[in-house]
Design a protein around this ligand. Structure first.
Ligand SMILES: O=C(O)[C@H](O)COP(=O)(O)O
Length: 618
């Protein structure tokens, strides 16, 4: 069986590679044709080599993550930890890890292992497997409980990581001597410093990449070459392309394998965590502080996410009074459009009821949200169907969103996601933060991000520089403009279409899109909405859709009746739930609400819009 599988894999690889690098035909080619062929091959090698380089980096990152998750599982199972070596992480990453002071986020990193290890040794006293015999009855349980409490407190004191300007907090002290605002100030400073270091590191990495790639493939020198020389050069380049492409293929396979492994390990961790809740308060402060620092907003010393949530809740209650849909004039004056809610000024095409017409009752509620920030957002590249994971901020956003929904008392019955990890992880983290992990998560490619075709992987700011900001805006936001399709020479083609997940779809792989306009997205999404999601809502279930920027835009367009022209001005922030209330005919009864701190939401929208500008506004 295994042999058969291996042979099948080999056959598939050969056929893919042969298709990508067809045999050379050199006979009868003139000098200029041979020169063009050389240039073409050289360019292809350049593209494939860059993809190979990126994939290799990904393999290394994934390997680290697999190790880190493996250690975490070992810790969670209460097995004595193996002697851990420090995993090499960038300074900025470690700082960010340290600032993210939930045990959860930090535990994914191996920085500070020595400290954790010392604490772990104390675990021997509290490990129930070893101590439950020795400690019988309630007495034993009490000791066990006290012991756990102590160890836990020691582990989560964030000051253990802070050594800024000589200010040190001893993690053995049960209570911090630094005031909350001071701690927040220090954290913000750390984040800013970490961001600056991260930028410097990224620049260094980009330089390294450029010089490595240039070294591996020096520029072509064609002048003065005879037909014979050119033919030889073509052969050489062709052979080289073959080698580079095969290596790229193998590395891509490794990436898929390690992605699957990471997914499994993450699942395992979530299972092992069981009902354990995250440290709510710490996430709140941290998320707010991070957001303030990352958005460059002035961080108020008194920031308290919980307080904000409460305020938002109160404000929402107030809004509810004003937007009471039983009262006609109130409805007319406050029935804002999706676009206005998203900070825009266009008009809704759905009219408020005319005088004398009755106002509709809300029968159903549905929550729609764009996943937390993805890893490629930081690099400002079109990600689309490439399966990037959440960034650290994305993880924080998903957790914060879960806390917000939990505070607001939402009880979910089913969550729908795309087939892409960033949307699935958002759902998992959100459910975990809500303490509703048992809720089913249903996945479909029909909720995938819009397929950006040949634009996938390209940097938006560079595209704006080369093609103009207006063109990039059209590509990103217009209703019916389809970007050029992806083809097999595209560096991410195989990674996408060879992925096993796309063999599970309700359409054959060859009929999956190669590029999509928003209109196309709505066309593939609507049958799923009508046939799968709506029936669940009709059964009285509270549904949350953890989708993508454009799959959610398509859905909102449909539900809110936003016109083709107005949808251009609708941009969704990451990690922000949108509450939609519908009547029995699935028409909205009131303006949709973006839940959370409205100022932060507007800033997050602007941040997404600015990605399409030549100069990034931080
Ligand atoms: O595909 C992507 O990269 C994003 O999820 C959406 O990108 P956009 O904001 O450029 O549409």
């Amino acid at each position: 069986m295994l042999i058969e599988e291996l042979a099948e894999m080999k056959r598939e690889k050969d056929s893919v590679l042969n298709e990508r690098v067809p045999p050379l035909k050199l006979t009868d080619l003139s000098v200029s044709e041979l020169q063009d062929l050389c240039k073409d091959l050289h360019k292809k090698i350049d593209i494939v080599d860059e993809a190979r380089y990126d994939l290799q980096i990904k393999v290394e990152r994934n390997d680290l993550e697999v190790k880190s998750l493996g250690h975490k599982i070992t810790e969670m199972k209460g097995i004595k930890k193996p002697l851990l070596k420090r995993v090499k992480k960038s300074a900025a990453d470690s700082m960010l890890g340290a600032v993210a002071d939930t045990g959860k986020v930090k535990a994914d990193f191996t920085s500070g292992l020595k400290k954790v290890k010392k604490e772990e040794e104390k675990e021997e006293v509290t490990d129930w497997r070893k101590n439950v015999d020795a400690m019988s009855g309630m007495e034993g349980r009490k000791k066990l409980f006290d012991g756990r409490k102590l160890t836990k407190t020691a582990n989560i004191v964030p000051g253990a990581f802070l050594h800024l300007k000589g200010e040190t907090q001893n993690c053995n002290h049960p209570k911090s001597k630094i005031s909350a605002s001071r701690r927040l100030f220090l954290k913000t400073k750390l984040v800013k410093k970490a961001m600056a270091m991260l930028e410097a590191e990224n620049e260094q990495k980009a330089n390294e990449k450029e010089s490595t790639l240039n070294e591996r493939l020096p520029p072509l020198m064609l002048s003065g070459l005879s037909v014979q020389d050119l033919q030889n050069l073509c052969k050489e380049l062709h052979q080289r392309m073959d080698v580079v492409d095969e290596e790229r293929y193998d590395i891509a396979m490794k990436v898929s394998k390690s992605n699957a492994e990471i997914e499994n390990l993450t699942m395992k961790i979530i299972e092992l965590k069981g009902k354990k809740r995250p440290q709510l308060k710490r996430v709140r402060v941290s998320a707010e502080a991070m957001m303030g620092a990352l958005l460059g907003a002035k961080v108020k010393e008194s920031v308290d996410f919980k307080a904000n949530l409460k305020t938002v809740k109160k404000e929402e209650e107030k809004k509810e009074e004003v937007t009471d849909w039983h009262g006609g004039s109130a409805f007319l004056s406050t029935h804002t459009t999706a676009a206005r809610l998203l900070g825009r000024t266009c008009n809704n095409t759905r009219k408020a009821p005319a005088a004398g017409q009755s106002f509709r009752m809300s029968k159903y509620k549905v929550l729609v949200m764009r996943h937390g920030e993805g890893a490629w957002t930081k690099e400002n590249r079109f990600c689309s169907w490439v399966d990037q994971r959440l960034s650290e901020d994305g993880v924080r956003e998903a957790l914060a969103c879960g806390h917000l929904l939990r505070e607001a008392g939402f009880q979910l019955d089913v969550v729908f996601t795309s087939l892409l990890s960033r949307s699935i992880h958002t759902a998992w983290l959100l459910l975990e933060a809500m303490g509703q992990e048992w809720v089913p998560v249903v996945k479909s490619w029909r909720l995938n991000e819009r397929h950006y075709g040949a634009l996938i992987g390209l940097n938006r700011a560079e595209m704006a520089l080369n093609h103009g900001e207006e063109r990039v805006k059209q590509w990103r936001r217009s209703y019916d403009l389809t970007p050029p399709p992806i083809d097999e020479s595209h560096p991410y083609f195989l990674e996408i279409y060879n992925d096993r997940r796309y063999s599970t779809c309700d359409v054959a792989k060859e009929h999956l899109p190669r590029s999509e306009s928003l209109k196309d997205v709505l066309e593939r999404l609507q049958p799923y909405w009508d046939g799968t999601i709506v029936p669940e809502i009709k059964r009285g279930k509270l549904v949350l859709i953890s989708g993508h920027g454009n799959s959610c835009r398509a859905l909102l367009k449909h539900l809110e009746g936003i016109s083709d022209a107005d949808i251009v001005n609708v941009t969704l922030p990451t990690g922000t739930p949108i509450l939609i209330e519908l009547d029995e005919n699935f028409r909205p009864t009131k303006p949709m609400q973006l839940l959370g701190d409205q100022e932060a939401i507007q800033a997050a929208i602007r941040k997404v819009e600015d990605q399409g500008k030549v100069k990034q506004v931080s």
